[in-house]
Structures are given as C-alpha cells and as structure tokens.
Design a protein. Structure first.
Length: 215
C-alpha cells in the first residue's frame, strides 16, 4: 500500500497548486479569494480579473488534473516498487480524486481553494475523453439558458455517471465509482451556491446566458 499512499499524496500536493493564486502572485499578489465570491476557481477569476486571467487559471487547473491521472500513477519512484495488489485502474481513479480534493482543499494555500470542476475535467480528459462530450454539452446548455455556472457544473457532473449507465459501462467499476463520487463531491463543494439558488441570491454570469431573456 506504500505505492498507493505515496502517489495519492503526490496527486493531492499537485492538485493543491492553485492556478488562480499562482497567476495572482505573478500579477503582483492578486488573491481572488478576497474578491467576488471568494472562490479560487476560474469562474470567480472571470468575474473579477477578466478572460485572460481566467483562461490561464483554467489551463493550470485542468493540466494538473490531467497529469495526476496520466503520469503520477505510472511514475517510477526510486525505492518504491509497484504494488501488485493495487489495480492500475483504481490507482488512476485514486490519484484523480486526490488531485480534485487538493484543488478544493489545497495544502499550499491554507486549505481554501476552488470547487473541483476544472481539475476533474483534466482527469477525465485522460481517462475517457469521450465522456467530456455530454459533460460539456450539458454545462453549455444549462449555463447559456440560465447564466448560473454552479447549477450548470452540478448538472454536468451528474451527466457523467448517467452517460456511463446509458452506454452500458456499468462494469467499468473504477470509472463509474469516480464519476458518481465526484458528482456528489461537486454538490458538496457547491453547497453554498445551492443555498443561494434556493434563496434567489445566486449571482448570474449574464454574458454567458445568451439564450436567456429577462423580462
């Protein structure tokens, strides 16, 4: 289990590198956790710092998810033998989950990070890129019709396990477990957004709601 624990820790520490805070430091110490919604993700970066800043955040946060799924599980570490008791598919899912958790609760940044969606996208880009088609389609449909990024993200998260069920991939237990657990985790990380949605106080990203027309 030493290999499993070590690689989960590495994925978590990589996930703890926040794109928004890294770019913010390069821009003179900008901390978007002190602005807007207080979240360190790309949506708050877009609202408070603009498109280019948010794009850079997205690249870093997606990239660390991809690396955690694609490279850390197969990383050869001196003195650390491959554990035959650990399934390789399960190791990929464990490292992927650790990266998402690291993004949300980053060791390097006081355990105050983002909400996990971009890093999860990065992991799925390696694990099964085709699953991104329904995920992105649902996200775009919801966000363009409502302007609510949180609601779009939650619904997109649940589209992944639904897609696996509809395409007969129930037997792929590692991926199905990741998809279901991460969908539920997105609900948890967006719990404040859900409360605001219920109260009618959630902020709408107006420029994204291109299919919505306020009366």
């Amino acid at each position: 289990m030493l290999e499993l624990g070590t690689k989960i820790l590495l994925a978590y520490l990589l996930g703890s590198v926040s794109g928004s805070l890294l770019i913010g430091k390069l821009k003179g110490g900008v901390d978007i956790r002190e602005m807007g919604s207080g979240n360190a993700g790309s949506t708050n970066a877009l609202r408070t710092q603009g498109k280019m800043f948010a794009f850079g955040v997205m690249i870093i946060d997606v990239g660390k998810g991809y690396i955690s799924a694609a490279l850390i599980p197969v990383l050869a570490i001196a003195g650390l033998a491959e554990d035959p008791a650990v399934g390789r598919d399960w190791l990929v899912m464990a490292c992927s989950s650790a990266a998402v958790i690291g993004h949300c609760y980053p060791f390097w940044h006081g355990f105050h990070g983002g909400k996990g969606a971009a890093t999860l996208i990065g992991t799925l880009t390696f694990i099964q890129p085709v699953i991104l088609l329904p995920v992105i389609a649902v996200w775009l449909l919801v966000v363009m019709s409502s302007g609510f990024v949180a609601m779009a993200t939650i619904m997109a998260g649940f589209s992944a396990p639904v897609y696996l069920l509809l395409t007969g991939q129930v037997a792929n237990q590692p991926l199905l477990t990741l998809a279901v657990s991460m969908a539920l985790f997105l609900v948890y990380t967006h719990r404040e957004n859900i409360r605001r949605l219920k109260a009618g106080a959630e902020v709408r990203v107006g420029q994204l709601a291109i299919f919505r027309r306020d009366s």
